[in-house]
Each structure stands twice: as C-alpha cells, then as structure tokens.
Design a protein. Sequence first.
Length: 245
Amino acid sequence: MSGEGEASSCCSCFGGPKEDAYHTISSEGNNSARGAVPHNNLPGGGSFSSTSSGNVTARGKKSRKIVFLGFRAVGKTVVNMVHVGETFEDRYHPTIQNTFQKVITFNGDEYSAEIIDPAGMDESSLLPTQYSLGVHGYVLIYSVASKASFDKISVINDKLMHNFLGSSNVPRVLVGNKTDMKKERQVTTEEGQALADSWGCPFVECSAKKNENVVEIFRKLMSEIDQVDRATGLGDDSGSKCSII
C-alpha cells in the first residue's frame, strides 16, 4: 500500500502544526500486536487509542506511507512496536526491515498506513529508491543519549533531501528518543529544536520505554502531510495526496 502514481516534488514542510484529532482504530506489524495501548488525550484536543486486530485492509481507505530513518540503536523499531501496542523490549536487535500496518482516523478521514522501519544507517549507507517511492512523510530519529546519532541524523537528512528528493520541502518530523535516559543525555532539547527549526519541520522528544510522546510523533507527521495536501491541492478521494519520488 502506497501513494505511488500521485507523485509530486513540490511538497513543503510546515512548522507549528495545528492541533488535530488522531485516532488509531486498529493495527498490526510484522510481529502481530499484543494487547492495547491505553486511551490517551492529546494536547489541544483529539484522542488516540490502539487495539490489536486481525488483518488490516486498505479497501475503501486512503493511504499513508511513512518511513523511519536514523542511526543504529536509536529505537526506531521500539517506537513503532510501542505505537502498535507490543511489549517494550530493552535489548537491541539489529533491524533488517520491519513493516507496520495501521488503520487510523485523522481529522475524520480513515487512512491505511504503512510504516517502513529499515535498518539503521551511517555515513556510508545508501538510501534505496524504495524509501523515496510513494512515500508521504518521514520520521528522522536519533537518541538523546547519543551525540553520534544526532550528528548522523543531519547526514541522513542531507542524503534524503539532496540525493533523492532534490528539495528540502518534504513532510517530516525530527524525533529525539530515549528521554528516560536522563543521566546519559548528550543532546539537549534546545539542540534538537534548533535543528528542526533549521529544517522547517516539527520536533518531538519521546521515550518509547515509558510510552511518552510516541503518539505525538505520528500526529504531527499526519498534520504535516495534511498541510502539504492543502497547500499543493494534491488531495483526492483515494488519499494518495502527496507522494514523493
């Protein structure tokens, strides 16, 4: 499931997204979701809940394809596992690629969301074209307990923007994970916010371990994509509004 065929390179990334309703009604990953994420109220209104389900179907729903990018061991997979209601695992397992499927409601519209979680990257990593085909938005994530991962995320962003998209105007969210590691923190909130400001996109700090602000990542990205759709007039009934190639 992707938004291929409705491609555009004129997407723009807006800061300060408006408060939107974000509600997950069902989800599954490559490891089936267990249990449910408790209902949470969102700042400024709206709500979120996640319930395990059987097969998620895209039939009759709009689509969203999201890609997570970041250095090794920053918690990309764990953030997605927590988001779909799986048990938190503190041990690091190198990722080859995971795909998570979710059916969500955002601002009254249902979306069948495909979330791609590729292997961690470094300076020498190449970005396969599959991570820029039919993609609606990106989550660029680092660990606040690793200055190296923070430095690498700028390199990854540069590769994404220049090597594949040819534009800095892309829906994305910068995320600093592992805020629970207070004593080990190496990157300040101010540093993260300054980087996001320089990119012109929202910034979120979260703790997958404590399930803090995980929902906010996806809500802000959905809002970014929605604003791009409105600005470019790419919306249609299929939901393939802002695909990037």
